[in-house]
Write a protein that binds this ligand. Structure first.
Ligand SMILES: *Cc1c(COP(=O)(O)O)cnc(C)c1O
Length: 813
């Protein structure tokens, strides 16, 4: 069982000012995200500073039963909250780390700390697979490796475990010391040093130096002399590997033989071979790290060879796909430990559907850990409607679950009963330990569709949102633009994740877009930018807020509201400042007053739009727009004698005109990973990846031709692949004739001949491509920006052109 701490002990450990009204609370859970309560009464909430001041959630958490709060702003220590305890510290994050460092100090079993630029999570999860036969292991959930994620991971340590695998990630200097304090790894693994997060450091050396701080107290450090100069770490603490140099473990050669790799290695005067199922460079490197780790732990060669041969690939992400009967499906049939189950439930909860079902196997757990109690409680807390439990253990605990439920002894029993179970219009999470083979269940529930897919990384959306938030004053509101199907990414799914991450407003172009968001349960305020009078009734019925931009539209909306005898209906007023598209001019202010001074309409915001905020060349013009906006607003304010929310900046404006953020900004393309100012592209994460597959490969001879009009001329013997994407999917015809290329297995293949309606042909001569291979249309290479340049357009058009028949798959890493 996990340690619990009394409230009175917490006070001593944190050594801080406090208001303790009830010293006997037993603290078992740390809460850093107000949405993730497990047991309210046993939780200690840390009001972390961040994009939002989380002190504001205290009231809500108190109502939900949380009684213990670590805060940095003493004014929140409200004693009228009966029996609540407040711990008042200078820095809540430091307090979290301090508490967990104290917790860590109670355990003597080995802790393996893993850091490096890439591969941390996979090395950790592979070590977990490999070492499980000998050890009961606790590990970081998913990639919980940040300043907050590390303490939450280490907090899971208790006396039932025998080994801990903890990963640590940093993005700039002076971050690692705090993590070292919390992890105190006995054994260290440095995966590699690559370009990730280079921006946060002056040089690679500085980055290396910072990362190595994790190991300052470690007895053994496993790393490659290909990344760490010899002499950096004392030889007595080192276990080194190298592909090019003398090292403890030397890799003499790596051979790829159909879907396998054979590594010839040299260790302690002995040559030996390692055979594995992986051929890509990153996996091979991770496998070498595993071999080095096992050797340093004195595993025998035979044992190492056998375990590496059995390694399975691990999907690093949670994917959401279309399921049968309009359901959505999140499939994780790889693991089922309690922390990963809870994380997956959070993901399920961010989805649009009202109805939610969890299909879950027996949960892997340490002895006596009350995992089914925790699960049942979490499901109830998070209003999951139905649970389907598969496995004898969970079946024996069925009485714990209070929602709609059914249980099966094994996967076969469930499959036999499948036709009798109804799945309809709901979110379904499939979460099972590998041995239950839940991929068979996923197959039954998946909607079979077109193989061309646009994969959307939801973490990246959140990352990008937070990047732009970091450029704003804390009080500035964010209106997220989800018009045009959220720039092609899927309005409901994107709006759900934005709502979960607490943006303030959404904006769509047309009323219908707003209606579908409302139907999917989005309750954020939504501005409609092109409200046609014909859609006014819908706007009102679905509580949408129109942008009104001239007298005609204002008058007709006013008349309707008046006739319905409604009051204070929220509207947004658009001012003309230089875009010369829509908006009230100076002269119309009188009219504006006339229609809005009675009680029918309520102006929520006053705004305008910048015509060229991304372009330095037009900065004088932008400044003139801002001045004009200020002048118009001043007049308006004078007339109305009150303030309104003002907004004018779009994505580029946020970065280039921080003084123009007023009370709100409108964030569009940046959310979707495109930075049009040009200096910050590296700070954003790629959101969309458009993929398809190779349908057929033909060997053609010099002078043969490919496709319509015989426009693809071949001048030497070639291999030509047909791929499933065409202009009807949004792949422009202008990409043909060698203008654009796609990537297959990391290699570029130019488009040959004309792009057809549903497919096109690419030249794959000598690339070793086979039918069924995955094809990247855009992603890392080519990027959306690259394609936009080729087509002589802007990324906005590329994104919004992708047709609706291309399935969107959402995932979460
Ligand atoms: C689309 C749009 C935005 C967002 O612009 P980005 O360049 O994508 O950030 C902002 N305001 C208005 C009025 C828009 O139509």
């Amino acid at each position: 069982m996990q340690h619990t701490y009394l409230a009175s002990q917490i006070k001593v450990i944190l050594d801080c000012e406090s208001i303790i009204q009830q010293p006997d609370y037993q603290i078992y859970w740390l809460l850093t995200d107000s949405r993730k309560i497990i047991y309210a009464e046993q939780s200690l909430f840390f009001a972390l500073a961040g994009k939002q001041d989380s002190h504001q959630y205290i009231k809500d958490l108190y109502q939900k039963g949380v009684r213990n709060f670590v805060i940095s702003d003493a004014k929140y220590a409200d004693q009228s909250y009966l029996s609540a305890n407040f711990y008042i510290v200078d820095n809540t994050l430091k307090a979290l780390q301090k508490l967990v460092a104290y917790h860590r100090s109670h355990f003597n079993y080995p802790v393996i700390g893993i850091t490096g630029s890439n591969g941390k999570t996979i090395v950790k999860d592979w070590l977990y697979q490999i070492l499980s036969p000998e050890f009961t292991i606790v590990r970081s959930p998913k990639s919980y490796n940040s300043q907050i994620g590390v303490p939450l991971s280490v907090w899971q340590m208790n006396h039932t475990y025998q080994l801990a695998l903890i990963e640590a990630g940093i993005s700039t200097i002076n971050e690692m010391d705090a993590l070292e304090d919390v992890i105190k790894p006995n054994i260290g693994i440095l995966t590699n040093i690559k370009s990730a997060h280079d921006e946060g450091f002056q040089s690679r050396e500085e980055k290396l130096h910072e990362k190595l701080k994790l190991f300052k107290n470690s007895e053994k450090i496993i790393y490659s002399t290909d990344y760490v100069p010899i002499g950096t770490i004392e030889a007595s603490r080192s276990f080194t590997w190298s592909k090019s140099d003398v090292a403890d473990l030397q890799i003499l050669s790596i051979k790829n033989i159909d879907h396998h790799s054979l590594l010839t290695c040299y260790y302690k005067h002995q040559e030996f071979q390692i055979d594995c199922h992986f051929t890509d460079e990153a996996s091979i490197e991770n496998i070498i790290i595993l071999v080095a780790t096992l050797l340093s732990m004195n595993y025998s060669l035979a044992n190492i060879q056998e375990r590496i041969a059995q390694l399975q690939s691990i999907p690093m992400r949670l994917e959401m796909k279309q399921g049968i009967n309009r359901s959505t499906l999140i499939n994780d049939s790889y693991s089922a430990d309690i922390s990963s189950v809870l994380i997956a439930i959070d993901f399920l909860n961010q989805q649009k559907q009202d109805l939610k079902t969890l299909i879950v196997s027996d949960i892997v757990h340490a002895e006596k850990e009350p995992v089914y109690e925790i699960l049942a409680n979490y499901l109830e807390e998070h209003k999951i409607n139905r649970v389907i439990g598969i496995g004898n253990e969970i079946k024996s605990k069925s009485s714990l679950f209070k929602m709609q439920k059914s249980f099966y002894a094994n996967t076969e029993e469930f499959i036999a009963d499948f036709k009798n179970i109804e799945f309809n219009n709901e979110g379904i999470l499939i979460k099972g330990a590998r041995k239950f083979g839940f991929e068979r269940i996923a197959k039954l529930l998946e909607e079979k569709v077109h193989e061309t897919v646009l994969e959307i990384n939801l973490n990246a959306i959140v990352h990008n949102l937070n990047f732009y938030r970091s450029k704003l004053r804390p009080a500035t509101k964010v209106m997220a633009m989800v018009k045009a199907f959220a720039y092609g990414s899927g309005s409901v799914e994107i709006a759900s994740i934005l709502q979960y991450n607490k943006v303030d407003y959404l904006a769509v172009a047309y009323a219908d877009e707003g209606v579908s968001l409302r139907k999917a349960g989005i309750n954020l305020p939504i501005m409609v930018m092109s409200p046609e009078p014909a859609a006014f009734d819908k706007i009102i019925e679905y509580n949408l807020e129109p942008e009104l931009y001239n007298q005609r539209i204002l008058a007709s909306f006013y008349e309707l509201i008046k006739s319905k005898n409604l009051h204070h209906y929220p509207i947004h007023i658009k001012l003309e400042t230089g875009m010369n598209r829509l908006g009230f001019d100076d002269v119309d202010l009188e009219t504006l007053f006339k229609y809005t001074s009675d009680e029918s309409l309520k102006i929520v915001s006053v705004f305008s739009h910048l015509a060229a905020s991304e372009n330095e060349m037009h900065d004088d013009y932008t400044q003139e727009q801002l001045n004009r906006f200020d002048r118009l607003y001043a007049k308006l304010r004078l007339k109305f004698q009150k303030d309104f929310i003002r907004h004018i900046s779009n994505t580029a404006g946020i970065l280039r005109f921080p003084e123009a953020q007023y009370e709100m900004v409108r964030l569009g393309i940046g959310l979707y990973g495109i930075e049009n100012v040009g200096h910050f592209q590296n700070e954003l994460q790629m959101v969309g990846e458009l993929k398809t597959t190779v349908t057929q490969i033909k060997k053609l001879k010099a002078n043969d031709t490919v496709g319509y009009g015989r426009r693809g001329v071949i001048n030497k013997d070639s291999e030509i692949a047909t791929i499933k994407i065409g202009y009807a999917d949004g792949y422009y015809r202008s990409f043909g004739y060698g203008n654009a290329y796609v990537s297959i297995k990391g290699q570029r293949a130019p488009v040959i001949g004309s792009v057809c309606m549903d497919m096109c042909m690419v030249d794959v001569t000598g690339l070793g491509v086979v039918e069924g291979d995955e094809v990247i249309i855009f992603g890392e290479d080519p990027s959306i920006n690259d394609l936009a340049k080729i087509a002589n357009t802007i990324p906005y058009e590329i994104l919004t052109s992708i047709s609706q028949r291309v399935q969107r798959i959402y995932y979460y890493e």
